[in-house]
Design a protein around this ligand. Sequence first.
Ligand code: OGA
Ligand code: MN
Length: 287
Amino acid sequence: MNITPIHEEFGVLISGIDLAQNLDEQTFAQIDDAINRYSLVLFENQQMNDAAHLAFTRRFGELEEEHVSYYSRGEVTYIGRVGNIDDAGNKVSQRQIKASTGNEMWHSDSSFREIPAMYSILAAYEVPAEAGETEFASARAAYQRLDRQTREFIETKVGIHDYIYSRTKVGEDAVTENQRSYMHPVRQRLVRQNPLTGERNVFVGSHVKQIEGMPDAEARPLIKRLIAEVTRPQSVYRHRWQAGDMMIWDNRCVLHRGCGYDAEKYRRRMHQTRVRGHGPSIAEVLR
Ligand code: OGA
Ligand code: MN
């Protein structure tokens, strides 16, 4: 297997691997190691299907249930549909398309859960002929760039992440009544640390509504500044999708966002799984 960088700060392309096969322990460990080190791992020309996607995801840990169907209808599914195509292969409703534009704000997947997702694994099946890219940026590299005073200030701070807050930014009808009643704000540390490498990163994104103990007038500019630091233009990796791409990212230390596309004109069908994290980030002990 070959590992080559795709950006100066993070991210690699791994070639010579067929993810639909049952990988041996050593190969699998090398992939997991690459994710912990490089935060973003791309595979090309994969022959994926849901069963193989789920089996591969399970090797990293526990599956996280998909949140839209879970919190709106109580349905447990493990494959998230990204794009504008439903299970039957038809275009989804305008309401759903609009709700998914929430993904166009920089975020970390399911940071609004008490136990936020560790990895997301996205398989591209159909992609638009133009646009529809996804951008990624390293919150670890950004932490390195912060001045000492800011690092010390945020070290023990806690962000309040709220899905209802972030989704109602795209429209009041972007969330269902059930989502409103079941998806409560959660506390996440502003600074996280990789348990294997010890590297720190900031943990922010569109779901962050407040910082505990800080008035909004001070917290908002800080949240904005931290997101801007992570996502400054030269630090962003923009991925132009090809069918057959498989991307894994480490939500603990990467922000991402969709770039939008013409959902009337084009089909975009991607399937996503997520690996549950090891516990509430609030309980992570910084060394
Ligand atoms: C995701 C996501 C953005 C996109 O899959 O979690 O945010 O480009 N995707 O669709
Ligand atoms: Mn996402």
